[in-house]
Each structure stands twice: as structure tokens, then as C-alpha cells.
Ligand binder design. Structure first.
Ligand SMILES: *Cc1c(COP(=O)(O)O)cnc(C)c1O
Length: 355
């Protein structure tokens, strides 16, 4: 493989931006003028191209549609008040992408394609980053197996792509959460730590069941004892108990190593919390609630940043919270938003500038 990857750029003749109302942006519905596409064939990446956003022409026998070798990432780019564009911690997503690739028996994507390609693509569609409070450009890198063969085996060809979608504030109302004791998201030895497309499909039934019971999302429990907290829907989860912030640890490989999770750990420590990454049993949570020590519960993830949890239902026990009185989660959300949009010092070097 050559050291510097050539990226061909073919520009769109006209921009669709004038047809988009940046005041009202449903999440993930609109895409920018360009996309990146690269092919893996004969053991190497080639045809790295930035071109006008367009449909793909695919064979019905496309392996990923049948056996699910498909992974993705979610990253955001922001503009500060001087109009400069930055991506939030993209190197962490790049690393995680190749961890997912390895678990799904897919080839690693080189940094020159993932990082340089993403930078060039965003630089080209920079006008699409909304320069407004809590607005951003959502970046979706993904890879899927591309052999037109339905034999069960790892594909020999793959496609890596990046598409971009402008997004407004992803307001998520405080959530009512159902503690799920039957369905599981991930088990030890499984693919829970990978951002594999199938993890999402596999979670939809349980989520729909919780919705019919009047809840917004499920709190996933461990697959063996159904006792230890894992994640909340597609977000990592934090519990403020006493003067500690507790989030499940990553050792079992059942939890997605969220970039927002890592960032929250750092900022909670800066706020003075003792942060513990460890097993957290549901009994410890109900006990803390009963003794008045369970102060806040929230989810973290790139799409919504921080989502407050106003109710947790475990068996017949309801834990309800007055989120209006909370200090920590709202502060965490505003610190993160302010760092991303340049109003708070980027002490940890999280923001990567786009030239
Ligand atoms: C993507 C994802 C998260 C959040 O990760 P971020 O890097 O913070 O966006 C959490 N849990 C699951 C299952 C995910 O897929």
C-alpha cells in the first residue's frame, strides 16, 4: 500500500444547501452535497473518491445484506463563532472503527482514508455545518461487505463510505426507562463492544415492547444474571450516587466504549466527582434510591450528548426523579456543548480543526 493515499475529488455541479431549512433539521434525514467512497479488493484499499452524494447500485446477492458484516461510526463537527470548523475527538472513533472491523472479520481502514478522507470531505461541505447553538454536522463513516456471493464466509471485497448530515439540537425529553430483565443486548464473548449494524437491529424488538408498555427505552442488564446494568438503549449510562459517578466497566466486552462516555468521565472528575467504572447491580441502585442517595441518572452518546432519565421501572418498583432540580447532568451537557462550540477552553485537546 502506498504511504499517501490519493483521494480523487469530483465536485457536485450545484449545491442542495439552498433547498434545506437549517432551522428545522430532523436527525439524519438530509445529506450534504458530497460523500466519500472507497473499495477494498485483492487485499488493498483503492478507488478512494469524494463525489456527489448519490445512490449505490448493488447486487441483490450483496453479502452484507444477508450476513451482516456491517459496521459504522457516529461523529460530530461543529463551527465556532469565528466560523472555524472542528471535529470532536475523531481519532477515538477511528480507533474504535477498526476495533469493530476486527471483531467482524473485516479489513482495517487506513488512517489516510478515514481521517484524511473525512477532513477533505468536511472541508468541501463546510458550508453545511450549521453555525448555531447546539447544531452540528453528523458524520457517518461505515463499511459493509460487498461480495455478490451468498456463501457464508467473510467477504473478499468491502466498501467504506462517509456521508454527512446537518443536525439541529437533538432534544430528547427526559426519558422513562424500563429495566429489561428478559431480552439482552450483548453477552460476554459477543459483539457488544463493536459498533456493528446488527446490534441495532437486534435491539429493536425489546425497545418496541417497552414502548407498548409506555416507556421510551430499555435499560439493558447483563446477559447471565440480569442483574448488572449495561447500557440505556444505544447510550452509555451514568448514575450519580452520593459523591460518586458510576458507569459500568468495559472489561466484559459487552459495553460500547463511547467517546461521550470517556469525555463525561473526564469532565465529571474535573467537577470533583469520584468516577467509578465497575459492575453496578440493580439492587445497589434501588437501595441508593430508597436511602435518597441516587441523585441523577443519564445516558451519554454522540447523537443526543446527554439524555436525562426521569423514571426507572424495575419489576413493580418505580424510581422517579425531579429532573428540574438536577445540577450535574445539565452542567455536563453545557460543558460539552461549550467545548465543542468554542466557548469553553479545550483543555484536553478534543477538538480537531478542519483546514
Ligand atoms: C454509539 C453507541 C454509544 C455511544 O457512543 P458515543 O461514542 O458516545 O457516541 C453507546 N452505546 C452504544 C450501544 C452505541 O452504539
Amino acid at each position: 500500500m502506498t504511504a499517501a493515499m490519493d483521494i480523487t475529488i469530483r465536485k457536485a455541479e450545484t449545491s442542495k444547501l439552498k433547498d434545506i431549512n437549517l432551522e428545522n433539521l430532523p436527525f439524519g434525514r438530509y445529506f450534504t452535497d458530497h460523500m466519500l467512497e472507497a473499495d477494498y479488493e485483492n487485499g488493498e484499499w483503492k478507488n478512494v473518491e469524494i463525489k456527489p452524494y448519490q445512490p449505490l447500485l448493488l447486487e441483490p446477492s450483496l453479502a452484507s445484506l444477508h450476513y451482516g458484516q456491517a459496521i459504522f461510526e457516529g461523529i460530530k463537527a461543529y463551527k465556532n463563532s469565528d466560523g472555524e470548523a472542528f471535529i470532536f475527538r475523531p481519532q477515538d472513533n477511528f480507533r474504535r472503527f477498526n476495533i469493530s472491523a476486527e471483531r467482524m472479520q473485516m479489513p482495517a481502514v487506513p488512517e489516510e482514508i478515514f481521517m484524511d478522507g473525512m477532513n477533505k470531505l468536511i472541508a468541501l461541505d463546510k458550508n453545511w455545518i450549521p453555525a448555531k447553538f447546539d447544531h452540528s454536522l453528523y458524520i457517518r463513516p461505515f463499511m459493509f461487505s460487498a461480495d455478490p456471493v451468498i456463501g457464508v464466509r467473510p467477504s473478499e471485497t468491502y466498501k467504506f463510505m462517509i456521508i454527512l448530515s446537518p443536525t439541529g439540537p437533538y432534544y430528547s425529553a427526559p426519558m422513562r426507562i424500563y429495566v429489561e430483565e428478559h431480552f439482552v443486548r450483548a453477552s460476554p464473548g459477543g459483539v457488544g463492544y463493536a459498533k456493528a449494524a446488527g446490534n441495532y437491529g437486534a435491539a429493536m424488538y425489546a425497545t418496541a415492547q417497552a414502548k407498548t408498555k409506555g416507556y421510551d427505552q430499555v435499560l439493558w442488564m447483563d446477559a447471565i444474571e440480569h442483574k448488572y446494568v449495561q447500557e440505556c438503549g444505544t447510550m452509555n449510562v451514568f448514575f450519580i450516587i452520593g459523591n460518586k459517578a458510576i458507569t459500568p466497566g468495559l472489561e466484559q466486552g459487552t459495553i460500547l466504549d463511547g467517546v461521550t462516555r470517556q469525555s463525561s468521565i473526564t469532565l465529571l472528575q474535573e467537577m470533583g466527582f469520584i468516577v467509578e467504572e465497575r459492575d453496578l447491580g440493580i439492587d445497589e441502585i434501588t437501595d441508593a434510591y430508597k436511602s435518597g442517595q441516587l441523585h441523577e441518572v443519564f445516558g451519554t452518546g454522540t447523537a443526543a450528548t446527554i439524555s436525562l432519565i426521569k423514571e426507572l421501572k424495575y419489576k413493580n418498583f418505580e424510581m422517579k426523579f425531579d429532573v428540574e432540580k438536577w445540577k450535574t447532568a445539565p452542567m455536563l451537557k453545557s460543558w460539552l456543548t461549550d467545548i465543542r462550540e468554542g466557548r469553553r477552553e479545550d483543555k484536553y485537546g478534543w477538538m480537531q480543526k478542519i483546514d
